[in-house]
Design a protein around this ligand. Structure first.
Ligand code: MN
Length: 225
């Protein structure tokens, strides 16, 4: 099966978008055709990214990797950035966005960041478990979209952004300094969050505006293909 969590599909549908699930097996020749079918690129959560893409050797705590998915998602990001296709990255997608643009990751938070908070609450807790708070830069588009700067979020990751990719700005942090959101100020709509807003949407309305803003940006897209 090639599948994606139901909550992503429902979050897009709930705010008026038309969800289309992309298989992770497309090769470079397929990427332009894929982009003709979509008006926005949502990068979903998932497994770790192969550290070869950010110039590191695999460490002991690295989880499973998927070369086809790594390759396809990074290729789509590059095209979506070039053609200003709206991008919303979530969890792994937040990390994919960073790596696709030349950034790096810590392969494991606990192994590399002393006194870090617990960020790997899932599995072991419900996906909508309030795990820690995040503080958003009041100047960030994300703060405007969500209408606030401090939110309790879920947290289902053991890796995190280290060095920023080209054109990206860190716009939200957990209290331990872990980067929880990125934006590309020069892009019409390119942002990513380390938490799982789609898994908060069924019960908490505060993350709906993020999907609404993404779908609204997708609706305004005008690309030459
Ligand atoms: Mn977190």
């Amino acid at each position: 099966m090639h599948c994606v969590g139901e909550t992503y599909v429902r979050a897009i549908h709930k705010v008026g978008g038309t969800p289309i699930i992309l298989p992770p097996v497309m090769v470079e020749e397929d990427w332009p055709a894929i982009l003709t079918c979509i008006d926005g690129l949502l990068l979903s959560g998932g497994e770790d990214i192969d550290p070869v893409y950010y110039g590191q050797e695999p460490e002991a705590w690295l989880g499973g990797v998927d070369e086809e998915r790594d390759n396809a998602e990074q290729g789509l990001v590059a095209l979506a950035v070039e053609y200003e296709v709206p991008i919303l990255g979530i969890c792994r997608g937040h990390q994919v966005l960073n790596v696709a643009l030349g950034g790096t990751l810590y392969q494991d938070i606990a192994a590399h960041i002393p006194n870090a908070l617990e960020h790997a609450y899932i599995p072991g807790h419900p996906m909508n478990h309030h795990s820690h708070s995040v503080t958003i830069d009041p100047e960030a588009a994300l703060a405007t979209i969500l209408g606030g700067t401090v939110f309790n979020v879920n947290s289902a990751h053991h890796q995190t952004v280290k060095e920023l990719g080209s054109g990206l700005k860190a716009v939200a942090y957990a209290s331990d300094g872990v980067i929880e959101a990125l934006e590309m100020p020069d892009h019409s709509f390119c942002l990513s969050v380390q938490w799982h807003p789609e898994a908060m949407v069924p019960t908490a309305t505060e993350m709906w505006p993020l999907f609404k803003a993404f779908v609204d940006a997708a609706r305004e897209l005008s690309v030459p293909f």
